[in-house]
Design a binder for this molecule. Structure first.
Ligand code: MG
Ligand code: ZN
Length: 214
């Protein structure tokens, strides 16, 4: 019975996700689902990305956290249309939550929609939100062993960011190990080494987004 229950939850989510994707397709908006552990730099990455692309690719952000509007406040401060979802204990975003958030946004004015998922390296990977592309981030402080430990986050990713790359030397991070572990799981996604502190790799990330935009 347990297996059936999980299957039904995922099937219902899948249907809602397809609806979201159709709605976004109709508005010619590229939806980008960003997944990573808490504190890996999702919000900071968006604080850099949204203004950098604003002229060519106006973006909004849907951001999920258990509690608070802290991330939404940060993103609103840089002028991004932002909707915060509080999951109140839920450890991932669902397509139904994203559907409600879509109601709050003027999609016709957008080309990009970033969905900052709840910080969690496990179940966000199992829930399609109706996105077109998925981003998996690993930040250097999390440790060079984490890709192999949390493979399901990296397997379905369309792009992988090794973030806070400026900390590699300070933390004795074995970058080759991270790349080798990624190569075992996902040879399809480009891998960029990025930092919002030094701006390393951000142009590659922006160019990748440009190539994906409808
Ligand atoms: Mg955040
Ligand atoms: Zn969860």
């Amino acid at each position: 019975m347990k297996i059936n229950l999980v299957k039904n939850v995922l099937e219902a989510n899948e249907a809602a996700a397809e609806q979201n994707r159709r709605r976004l397709d109709d508005a010619c908006v590229l939806a980008v689902n960003i997944t990573s552990a808490p504190g890996s730099g999702k919000t900071s990455l968006l604080e850099a990305t949204v203004p950098a692309l604003a002229d060519e690719l106006p973006a909004a952000v849907i951001v999920g956290d258990l509690q608070t509007t802290r991330d939404a406040e940060r993103l609103a401060a840089i002028g991004a249309a932002t909707t915060q979802i509080n999951t109140e204990g839920g450890c991932h975003l669902s397509a139904a939550q994203v559907a409600k958030a879509l109601d709050t946004l003027d999609l016709t004015s957008l080309r990009l929609l970033f969905i900052e998922n709840v910080g969690n390296m496990v179940c966000p990977a199992a829930f399609d939100l109706g996105e077109h592309v998925r981003v998996a981030m690993l930040s250097v402080p999390e440790g060079d062993d984490k890709v192999a430990k949390y493979p399901t986050l990296f397997q379905p990713a369309d792009v992988i960011l090794i973030h806070k790359i400026d900390l590699v030397d300070a933390l004795d991070c074995d970058l080759a190990r991270i790349h080798a572990d990624i190569a075992k799981l996902n040879t399809r996604a480009p891998v960029f080494e990025t930092s919002t502190k030094t701006a390393a790799g951000l142009d590659q990330w922006y160019n990748w987004l440009r190539t994906k935009c409808p």
